[in-house]
Design a protein around this ligand. Structure first.
Ligand SMILES: Nc1ncnc2c1ncn2[C@@H]1O[C@H](COP(=O)(O)OP(=O)(O)OP(=O)(O)O)[C@@H](O)[C@H]1O
Length: 353
């Protein structure tokens, strides 16, 4: 199960030259600065644009091999963009059924009912799409894309136009998309929180080139990865909700390195979560801090220090997990921080998403 995508394309002022070897399952996040070529890569994979030279193989099927190019209409892909692009004159059900009807019955791997149920569209089925919220419209667009029995989903910033609440509503549907339909999902996004929640594998594009391509957890934990050069750099830690303390409205999450108290989390006990802990929300101490309002104090070992503008980014091993702290250069000197030094990492309960 793999995707091999190799494209070269030149436009005025922009050259794309990528050779990607990707897993053929799970969510593959594609990030990078504006104009890096992310949408162009999706369009080339969909066959909506032609490369000067290219090769594309998706889980054993050759879609582009030198001069042999499968036309866009023959490629089994489902695409969803920032704007839902629904057919305005059709109902929700008719929108979802649109592509499904065009698939030969013998080639259908998804029933219309499955596509509707997977995105909880049952109660909206007869609704005119003009009367849907932004989040509902994106659910219809996702269901319509899945209904064509694709072998690959291409999502180009599908949540970018939604506010934070709507985004939180849609994220679980996206997480289930790759899992329940056993579909590889290429997911272009500028939002680190979305990638932290969804991505199994990550690609960073810059100036039309691949700067990083690796399993998501590996890149999230690497202080040198392009994902950690931003001001809002954060650690991503897989964890499981252990219990809720109703009196203080806190949840405890356990991870491979200890436990953390969190505020405002809605997941039930037992749920698998990915904690995103911003480096600016982690402070360091050399001794055991006492009489502090900070609920989470974790013994840690410094594994790397990197200059981060006016700050220093400190990578910490906490059991098998990596945490980041952003501290001043003065703190680095005063605490005599260096590789291998033992510290206590302090994380506020409210500082996780
Ligand atoms: N149809 C087009 N014709 C000519 N140039 C284009 C076309 N579409 C995009 N470009 C250019 O190609 C480059 C890559 O664009 P692309 O849209 O793939 O970047 P992106 O990484 O998706 O950016 P963003 O994050 O802003 O959406 C940019 O320089 C862009 O201006």
């Amino acid at each position: 199960m793999s995707i091999a995508a190799c494209f070269r394309l030149a436009r005025a002022g922009f050259t794309l030259d990528v050779d990607l070897a990707l897993p053929g399952r799970g969510v593959i996040g594609i990030a990078g600065p504006s104009g890096a070529g992310k949408s162009t890569v999706l369009r080339l994979i969909a066959g909506l644009e032609q490369a000067e030279a290219g090769r594309l193989q998706v889980n054993g099927s050759r879609w582009h091999d030198g001069a042999t190019v499968l036309p866009a209409h023959a490629r089994p892909v489902g695409m969803v963009f920032q704007d839902a692009r629904l057919f305005p004159h059709l109902s929700v059900r008719q929108n979802v059924a649109y592509g499904w009807q065009r698939i030969h019955p013998a080639a259908r791997r998804v029933t219309l009912a499955q596509a509707i149920e997977a995105f909880d569209l049952g109660p909206l089925c007869e609704r005119d799409v003009a009367r849907l919220s932004g989040g509902e419209r994106q659910r219809v667009a996702l269901a319509r894309a899945v209904a064509v029995s694709p072998q690959l989903m291409l999502l180009d910033e599908p949540l970018a136009a939604l506010d934070a609440t709507r985004k939180d509503e849609i994220l679980p549907y996206l997480a289930r998309l790759a899992r329940d339909f056993a579909l590889p999902v290429l997911y272009v996004s500028h939002a680190p929180d979305e990638l932290a929640q969804l991505a199994d594998h990550l690609v960073w594009l810059q100036d039309g080139r691949v700067r990083a391509c690796a399993p998501a957890m590996q890149l999230f934990a690497d202080p040198d990865s392009p994902f950690n050069q931003r001001e809002d750099c954060a650690a991503v830690i897989p964890a499981r909700i252990a219990l809720h303390d109703g009196r203080d409205q806190l949840s405890q999450a356990v991870f491979d390195g200890g436990a953390l108290w969190l505020a405002g989390l809605r997941h039930p006990p037992g749920a698998a979560v990915r904690l995103r802990i911003a480096a600016r929300d982690v402070s360091l101490a050399r001794g055991t801090p006492t009489h502090s309002s900070i609920l989470n104090i974790l013994p840690a070992t410094v594994t790397a220090l990197r200059p981060h503008g006016p700050w220093c980014l400190v990578a910490l091993a906490v059991g098998a997990a990596t945490l980041f702290a952003r501290v001043s250069h003065r703190s680095v000197r005063e605490l005599a921080l260096g590789e291998g030094v033992s510290v206590y990492a302090q994380v506020k309960a409210a500082a996780m998403s």
